[in-house]
Design a protein around this ligand. Structure first.
Ligand code: TRH
Length: 414
């Protein structure tokens, strides 16, 4: 989703709890999450992780409304695309077909989340206004390291005509924001996998890698079509050290096909000089995490893979979602400034990758500098993760905020 300006989609009203609602507090046990897939996989990718974590770690009964089941199926192959309703990993998934639904108060969940300011059906909003107590209504926004989010995080926005207040909730990189999505099991699963060569080999073999490809420096490549892939391939080809570059099907397809000398179909691979490029299938989301853990360097994009790369304990290069007027360069620089594992070599490389460099781009300088720093970056990444962990995870922070909204309402009611 493209944010046109550095502000939330709906301008928040800065008055705190200006609509006292006379109601009692009820512990939230149900949640409706509305996800409109604007493009690609990040919208559903984030919502799917959030839904699963709400259920598995907090016991919340989640209904995930999604308008695009085929995209959902790419990251979660259990999804049946012609089902109106289905239960996947204890999450109730509903196909959100249109805005016409008729709803009553009994249909409304205790917590309602609209993801990236998607317009939830008017009938559902009317039913929310009929509930006692009112649901806690949140707009979960996009991730940025820019300072303005700290001032907008949790701001209320009263509905213009109904007795309802929506709050903005921003993920982010410090404790003035909602933090980052991070499941508690990651702390055990990721190091256990990385310390288990047999599990790693089994996983990489299942993706078709040969022993020689596994022994090389492994790079995963997930980026938008405009990334300077061909220029980087040329550098890697001429570089002394063997590199295996793993590219999901459909990513950088033109540059990959040019390198392979054939269409970039799943399973195709070629070696030129020091570089082997292999096309992977698009794999389920949990396996994508493993791919990031198994590689020495990860190229990621958008929002969800970008966050997951931060939990992989490896160097990563972010290809940020492009925006008008190069607004994304501001976001990229804000992140590079914030992230303590961004060395000068990594920041220079990332700016070049995103066409945000002020200097002339020379991959024969940028790559060796990044390559030499990769072990150090992995060490710094441990500290960065610890720093992020101290902010709490987004799901827990979101539920804490829901509790605080309910308490504030109760106070207003007495
Ligand atoms: O796919 P993305 O570019 O998605 C988004 C959307 O464009 C969105 O509208 C925009 O707002 C956001 O970027 C900034 O990149 P992202 O966010 O990394 O999402 C990719 C998802 O796909 C992520 O959940 C990981 C998953 N994935 C798999 O499950 N298997 C795979 O093989 C790969 C490559 C990714």
């Amino acid at each position: 989703m493209q944010l046109e300006e550095q502000q939330p989609h709906n301008r928040p009203n800065n008055q705190l709890n200006d609509q006292p609602i006379r109601e009692s507090v009820k512990t939230a046990t149900t949640l409706a999450l509305f996800c409109k897939v604007v493009d690609n996989f990040g919208d559903i990718g984030i919502c799917w992780r959030l839904a699963q974590q709400l259920e598995s770690e907090h016991g919340i009964a989640v209904t995930l409304w999604v308008d695009d089941l085929p995209s959902f199926r790419r990251i979660c192959p259990d999804i049946v695309i012609d089902q109106e309703q289905q239960e996947i990993a204890h999450v109730h998934v509903r196909h959100w077909r249109n805005q016409d639904g008729v709803f009553s108060a009994a249909d409304v969940a205790d917590i309602v989340i609209e993801f990236f300011a998607c317009d939830i059906p008017p009938g559902y909003i009317r039913a929310m206004a009929e509930c006692t107590p009112r649901p806690v209504w949140l707009n979960l926004e996009g991730l940025t390291a820019e300072a303005w989010v700290e001032g907008c995080h949790t701001l209320p926005s009263p509905h213009p005509s109904l007795s309802l207040t929506k709050h903005f909730f921003f993920p982010g990189f410090n404790n003035k924001t909602g933090g980052l999505l991070r499941e508690s099991r990651l702390d055990q699963e990721r190091p256990a996998f990385q310390a288990d060569p047999v599990a790693m080999e089994k996983f990489l073999s299942s993706l078709g890698l040969t022993p020689a490809e596994m022994a090389a420096t492994k790079v995963s490549l997930f980026c938008y079509p405009q990334a300077p892939v061909a220029a980087l391939f040329k550098e890697w080809q001429n570089n002394g050290q063997a590199i295996t570059c793993l590219v999901p099907e459909g990513v950088a397809a033109a540059s990959v096909a040019a390198f392979l000398g054939q269409p970039a179909t799943v399973g195709s691979s070629a070696t030129h000089g020091a570089l082997t490029v292999r096309v992977l299938p698009f794999i389920p989301q949990a396996d994508y995490d493993k791919l990031l853990w198994a590689c020495d360097l990860n190229f990621v994009r958008g929002e969800d893979s970008f966050v997951r790369a931060q939990w992989a304990n490896k160097a990563f290069i972010w290809h940020i979602y492009p925006q008008d007027k190069n607004l994304h360069h501001v976001k990229l620089n804000a992140f590079l400034k914030t992230c303590t594992s961004s060395t000068a070599s990594l920041a220079a490389f990332a700016r070049a990758w995103n066409e945000a460099s002020v200097e002339t781009v020379d991959w024969s300088q940028l790559w060796p500098a990044l390559q030499a720093d990769m072990p150090h970056i992995a060490d710094l990444s441990t500290e960065w993760q610890q720093k992020m962990r101290e902010n709490g995870d987004l799901t827990s922070n979101l539920l804490k905020f829901v509790g605080s909204v309910q308490q504030a309402r109760q106070k207003d009611a007495v």
